[in-house]
Design a protein around this ligand. Structure first.
Ligand code: ATP
Ligand code: MG
Length: 400
């Protein structure tokens, strides 16, 4: 019998399975990334300061060190053929250092744009002519005098720290100049952006992925509902999303991801105003909470897509095969139900609901506002998925 020998060219992918992929950050996004990478045969190394972290429990190797530890960065870079980040506040300089040892996607430059709201908004404004979408009217606030010079039309507004905000943290809603000054003082004078409060009709996000070869794919529009600044549900297809709005948001996302020369998964959040205007809010240089629906409802999940992009494999099909509603499970539930056993016994009933897929992140200490997991309801029709969501909210005591 003839022996078939595979040439080296058969192993085209730069990061062929059985090699290592690295992740900066140990949260649930890194954990779900690890699961996807391992399903494709990769080994996963995580760099994270805390030894007890969701991604660390799933990874093949945990480098327990600070994100700026020079020796740990060299170790990760040398061990892995490609490295990504699951946490957007990883110092961009660390990604630049890693790039001396490994393929890094997204790049330090791309991540640093998303790390600063002012730089990000300037970038969106620069893209606006081609993307067709502008950010919310805003002003940089670096000292109290900046608040004095703002036009009255910016109130009511939202004061947001320029850096390090997430899940509504580092944000204060202000109705007047006086309130804005007090809020700025409370934030201890860190650089901020004051945004005009806009009349939102609904919120959407668009997930896209781009390969090193410039190929890009875009996912269906996700319609998001936030509660207390934290994502509550994502529904796809979004009940309010028109075909025209979807086309504009997807085109803007593809323009922005191309303009950044981005490699990997990127998520862009948009506001749709009452008059139909589309406003770009912010971007996350990584898979996103509002993209968790892709795990159960799309051909290629956002995590599998990240693996493909960073390993320089062909991108996967982003098509959605079923309507879906995703519900975040926050630590608040543990407190509302009084005991761990009471909440955890609800999983039985939750999983009995039609189309339910429960994802828990293996976190031991629930805290209010902490993301502990999510559940997606996948169904033949959106109405059926929404019925399961309603039943779940009733079961978990969440007002819908
Ligand atoms: P995350 O990182 O979790 O997405 P964040 O803390 O970075 O959130 P934003 O996304 O900017 O903050 O804002 C959180 C939510 O606050 C938005 O999803 C929206 O509901 C509301 N919001 C923010 N900016 C405005 C605005 N200019 N007008 C009206 N509502 C706003
Ligand atoms: Mg946001």
């Amino acid at each position: 019998m003839n022996k078939v020998t595979l040439s080296a060219a058969a192993f085209k992918p730069h990061a062929s399975p059985a090699t290592w992929l690295g992740v900066m950050g140990g949260g649930q996004l890194g954990r779900m990334f690890a699961h996807a990478a391992q399903a494709m045969g990769y080994k996963v190394a995580v760099l994270e300061p805390s030894s007890d972290c969701p991604a660390g429990h799933a990874a093949d190797h945990l480098l327990c060190a600070s994100y700026t530890d020079p020796a740990a960065l060299v170790d990760l870079g040398e061990q892995c053929v490609a490295v990504t980040t699951e946490f957007e506040n990883v110092p961009a300089q660390s990604l630049a250092t890693l790039a001396g040892h490994s393929f890094v996607a997204p790049s330090a430059d791309c991540v640093s744009v998303a790390q600063d709201r002012l730089i990000e908004k300037k970038f969106f404004t620069d893209c606006a002519q081609k993307s067709g979408v502008m950010p919310a009217p805003h002003h940089a606030i670096t000292c109290v005098a900046d608040i004095d010079s703002i036009d009255e039309s910016f109130f009511p507004g939202i004061l947001k720290t320029a850096r390090l905000g997430y899940d509504g943290k580092g944000q204060v809603r202000v109705t007047s100049r006086i309130e804005a000054k007090a809020a700025f003082d409370n934030l201890q004078g860190v650089g901020c952006v004051l945004e005009k409060m806009l009349p939102l009709a609904y919120e959407i996000s668009v997930l896209a992925a781009r390969g090193a070869d410039g190929d890009a794919v875009v996912y269906p529009i996700a319609e998001n509902v936030h509660r207390d600044g934290i994502l509550f549900t994502t529904t796809v297809p979004g009940p309010n999303v028109t075909a025209d709005c979807a086309a504009r948001a997807q085109a803007a996302t593809l323009e922005i991801i191309g303009r950044l020369n981005y490699v990997g998964v990127l998520c862009i959040e948009f506001f749709v105003l009452e008059d139909g205007t589309l406003v770009v809010n912010e971007m996350a240089p990584r898979p996103h909470n509002s993209g968790h629906y892709t795990i159960d409802a799309c051909i290629t999940s956002q995590f599998a897509q990240q693996v493909r992009a960073m390993a320089r494999l062909p991108l996967g099909d982003p098509r959605q095969h079923s309507p879906v509603v995703m519900l975040n499970i926050l630590g608040d539930l543990w407190f509302a139900h009084g005991s761990r056993t009471a909440v955890e016994s609800a999983w039985n009933q939750l999983l009995a609901l039609p189309g339910a897929n429960l994802h828990l992140y293996g976190k031991d200490d629930p805290r209010p506002g902490r993301k502990m997991g999510h559940v997606s309801f996948v169904a033949p029709t959106l109405a059926q998925a929404q019925a399961s969501l309603q039943a779940a909210c009733k079961l978990l005591g969440l007002p819908i």
